[in-house]
Ligand binder design. Structure first.
Ligand SMILES: Nc1nc2c(c(=O)[nH]1)N[C@H]1C(S)=C(S)[C@@H](COP(=O)(O)OP(=O)(O)OC[C@H]3O[C@@H](n4cnc5c(=O)[nH]c(N)nc54)[C@H](O)[C@@H]3O)O[C@H]1N2
Ligand SMILES: Nc1nc2c(c(=O)[nH]1)N[C@H]1C(S)=C(S)[C@@H](COP(=O)(O)OP(=O)(O)OC[C@H]3O[C@@H](n4cnc5c(=O)[nH]c(N)nc54)[C@H](O)[C@@H]3O)O[C@H]1N2
Ligand SMILES: [Mo]
Length: 772
């Protein structure tokens, strides 16, 4: 007799993709009421003359292929091109206090914003405001601040290069480097770690490299949900017989087996292709140990080979010509004991050894990784060990091999490339001076965590957000929310209403902007913008839908409006000229960043162009001039984790969400339907606490390094799940409440969203799980 499961929890036994994915798209189209326009819109996604899909940063086969089906891309597009509207009548009907009680899903599900809105304290409502007046108010507030460093300017990675470039121009001309950015919560460990290793903070592979790979290693990413077009690539590789070795605490269905909706045979026969050839359920935070184990085994096997008279198993020519530091790395790795490696990684020694064997047997290895690697207190060290691992056999800078970080937002990497950074280097400052005739400030500004801390402490007074939902994406939501409510001014450029907009400052505004899919017409006619994908390919994106209202402005135009009202005549920047024709923005980008030489010409070619990544041809822009093997000494133990009561919490995206945007309450592949208030637990951990599948529990974050305690979510439901003992998983953003702000990677500032020490007990809460 099978035991009854908690409500909404069912086993999902099919492959990922397939007919389930097609059904899900049909449902989304219907829910967003875009049936007629919808299918047409989908067909324009990622086409040479179309728009860049806002879903993810996975590259397109030359941007010239026929429609590539992607369930979650379809959701992202229809969510934006919805026919629903959050207009002034909607805001008149609902006070901010009322809206606060709505779920995140319901807030965004009101549809597209239609008018610039300002908060009216007398009625507790947002009311419409004219654009010109909005700009004046923002300019007044910013000029009023005694020091530009009292303002924070956040960028979320959907913004185009043109918008991001103008944003950094506005902010630097205003006088600060306070650039909190969604990348600070995402791949910052890559941006900080890889330049020290290989001289560039980006991936080194192209899509074509996958055709030449002999093995693919996958660490901590969930492509079936977050980079679904990557499944086409993995599916092909698997069918070619390429081993795919996965390190992930959860058995993600798409990494186990996948039915390609493009494959007529699989669709007709309900069959599928296995993806992972070996699946290693590493403990959350256990990757450093696993990587040291892999490298230890490689060194051991190399020594065995030499002893037997062979020429060794490392790429000694590459190591000699191109690297420094191998001896230090070897010493550290060999000094790390197997007992410790096994305990920390949660993997059997034999499993690590067999994965090392696949690596040794493969000429060309690609290594893919995501948030499971970066969002840890040792995220930067993790990234650098991945680079070490590849360098041992020269798997960098040649065909079929290299590093493939899966970027987040569709243009997050592109925003970085055009100057969104809190640490400007000399080249950037020189370039800005060349292009605009002024020297911007050089002092380091705030990253995302630092910005929030400054806001909480009252050191920052104003916040302007180019998209995103910063308060909800950040750690420690109670402290973050309280801080945001103390601001003098909060301004959000957004497509949809979200909870950050409801954290009311003395002056609060929501400025509605055109999305990716919307047509953008300026003085010189329809405009394209540009974006950069995970593999440094830059290409144009042009929306074609009639905008949801006549009152919307483009992101660049809103930024220019704020700039003119704020800066007055302080700088002679031709804002109107640049807005009239975005190619003039690109001309300026090219002056500041010489990599964009002939930008306007090159971006017109179908498929665009690739930015220079010197590591791909074995040029190393590091201080040593070589690729560096970097040591992360020992296997640090977070003291808080040594108590048997303590579990490690990792936070996940469901299949039906885009970051803080919750499309629906389902997470199909993990068998969760109609709810998100669940915590996945190992059966032994349940039993050790006298709990059973379906019991109600409270989760408490441990006292943080800086002493903050008392962060709890209450009334969640424990779900027995195949997850390593000692670890639990819950959904982002619900679980952000238990994450302390100070729990982040010390080197890159990336919050440790995937490695939070918690305790779990039977719930004392009565009634529904406490949300928001
Ligand atoms: N549909 C959709 N697409 C998206 C997004 C979205 O929310 N929805 N978000 C976009 C953004 S901004 C980003 S950054 C990417 C995120 O893409 P991913 O990096 O895939 O993001 P996560 O869902 O956070 O999941 C990471 C995976 O890491 C595993 N994991 C958790 N902890 C660990 C660990 O300690 N070690 C290892 N090895 N694995 C671990 C989890 O089980 C999960 O499978 O996707 C982008 N694309
Ligand atoms: N616990 C936990 N927390 C996490 C993570 C995690 O894995 N676990 N992941 C982190 C990561 S990787 C990231 S990237 C951050 C994401 O943090 P953010 O980027 O701040 O969050 P999003 O949810 O992507 O932002 C959604 C909002 O963007 C607005 N928007 C959508 N499209 C556009 C557009 O074209 N222009 C403008 N101006 N606005 C638009 C809409 O109003 C929408 O409500 O969250 C981080 N937080
Ligand atoms: Mo991200």
């Amino acid at each position: 007799m099978t035991k009854k499961r908690p409500e909404g929890i069912e086993a999902y036994t099919s492959a990922a993709g397939g007919w389930g994915a097609l059904r899900a798209v049909a449902k989304t189209l219907a829910h967003q009421q875009v049936m007629a326009q919808g299918t047409m819109t989908l067909l324009k996604a990622n086409q040479p003359d179309g728009f860049d899909c806002p879903g993810c940063a996975w590259p397109d086969p030359k941007h010239t292929s026929s429609f590539e089906f992607c369930e979650n891309g379809a959701k992202a597009i229809t969510w934006e091109s919805t026919s629903k509207r959050a207009d002034p009548e909607f805001f008149a009907r609902n006070s901010v206090a009322d809206l606060w009680t709505w779920s995140d899903h319901d807030l965004e599900d009101q549809g597209r914003l239609t008018h610039p809105m300002i908060y009216d304290p007398a009625t507790d409502r947002y009311v419409a405001i004219e654009w010109a007046e909005a700009f004046e108010r923002i300019g007044d507030e910013l000029r009023k601040l005694p020091d530009p460093n009292l303002a924070e300017f956040y960028t979320s990675g959907r913004a185009s290069k043109e918008a991001a470039f103008l944003f950094q121009l506005l902010v630097r001309a205003y006088g600060t480097n306070n650039f909190p950015d969604c990348s600070n919560m995402c791949h910052e460990a890559t941006s900080v770690g890889l330049p020290k290793s290989i001289g560039v903070g980006k991936g080194t592979v192209t899509l074509e490299d996958f055709d030449h790979a002999d093995a693919i290693f996958s660490f901590g990413h969930n492509p079936g949900t977050n980079h679904p077009r990557m499944m086409t690539t993995l599916h092909e590789a698997s069918r070619r017989g390429v081993p795919i070795i996965v390190f992930n605490p959860l058995k993600e269905r798409a990494l186990e087996k996948f039915a390609a909706p493009q494959n007529p045979v699989e669709m007709a026969t309900f069959s599928s292709t296995p993806i992972a050839s070996a699946y290693h359920q590493v403990k959350p935070g256990g990757d450093l140990a696993a990587l040291k184990g892999l490298m230890k085994r490689i060194f051991e096997r190399d020594e065995e080979d030499l002893a037997a008279g062979g020429s060794g198993l490392l790429d000694r020519a590459f190591i000699a010509a191109h690297t420094v530091g191998i001896d230090e790395l070897k010493a550290d790795v060999m000094a790390t004991g197997w007992e410790q490696i096994v305990r920390k990684s949660g993997l059997e020694r034999s499993a690590i050894e067999s994965a090392a064997e696949v690596y040794l047997n493969s000429k060309n290895v690609i290594l893919c990784y995501g948030m499971g690697i970066t969002q840890h207190s040792n995220g930067t060290a993790n990234v650098q060990q991945l680079a070490n691992f590849l360098m041992l056999r020269g798997n960098l800078g040649r065909q079929g091999a290299g590093l493939c970080p899966l970027r987040g937002h569709s243009n997050v990497q592109g925003d970085r490339t055009v100057g969104i950074t809190e640490i400007p280097n000399k080249a950037l400052l020189d370039g800005m001076e060349r292009a605009f005739g002024f020297r911007p400030p050089a002092e380091k500004g705030h990253d995302a965590v630092e910005a929030i801390k400054a806001i909480i402490d009252g050191r920052s007074k104003a916040l302007i957000c180019l998209g995103g939902n910063l308060a909800v994406a950040m750690s420690d939501r109670d402290a973050t929310f309280a801080g945001m409510r103390k601001l003098d001014m909060a301004v959000h450029l957004a497509t949809k209403l979200n909870r950050s907009h409801l954290l009311i400052a003395k002056t609060s505004m929501i400025l509605p902007i055109l999305g990716r899919t919307d047509q953008d017409i300026q003085k010189n006619g329809p405009q394209s913008v540009t974006v950069e994908d995970s593999m440094s390919m830059v290409h144009a994106s042009r929306g074609f839908l009639k905008p949801p209202s006549d009152h919307l402005m483009s992101e660049p135009a809103v930024i220019a409006g704020i700039a003119k009202a704020t800066l007055g005549t302080r700088h002679s920047i031709d804002w109107d000229g640049m807005i009239g024709d975005y190619s003039r923005i690109r001309d300026k980008i090219e002056i500041v960043f010489p990599d964009f030489k002939d930008f306007n010409v090159r971006v017109r070619k179908p498929g665009g162009f690739r930015l220079d990544v010197p590591a791909t041809y074995r040029e190393w822009h590091t201080e040593s001039g070589k690729a560096n093997f970097l040591v992360a000494p020992g296997l640090e133990e977070d003291e808080r984790l040594t108590s048997p009561d303590v579990l490690v919490l990792t936070t996940l995206r469901s299949h039906d969400q885009y970051n803080t945007t919750v499309y629906s309450l389902n997470d199909r592949y993990r068998g969760v339907f109609g709810r998100r208030d669940v915590i996945f637990m190992n059966a032994d951990d349940l039993a050790a606490r006298g709990l059973a599948d379906g019991d109600r529990i409270d989760v408490e974050g441990l006292r943080s390094a800086d002493g903050a305690s008392g962060r709890t979510v209450a009334g969640f439901t424990a779900v027995a799940y195949d997850i390593p003992k000692g670890s639990v998983a819950g959904y982002y953003p619900e679980m952000n409440r238990v994450i302390a702000l100070s729990d982040h990677d010390r080197r890159s500032g990336t919050p440790a969203y995937k490695g939070i020490p918690v305790t779990i007990r039977r719930s004392t809460q009565i009634g529904e799980a406490a949300m928001p």
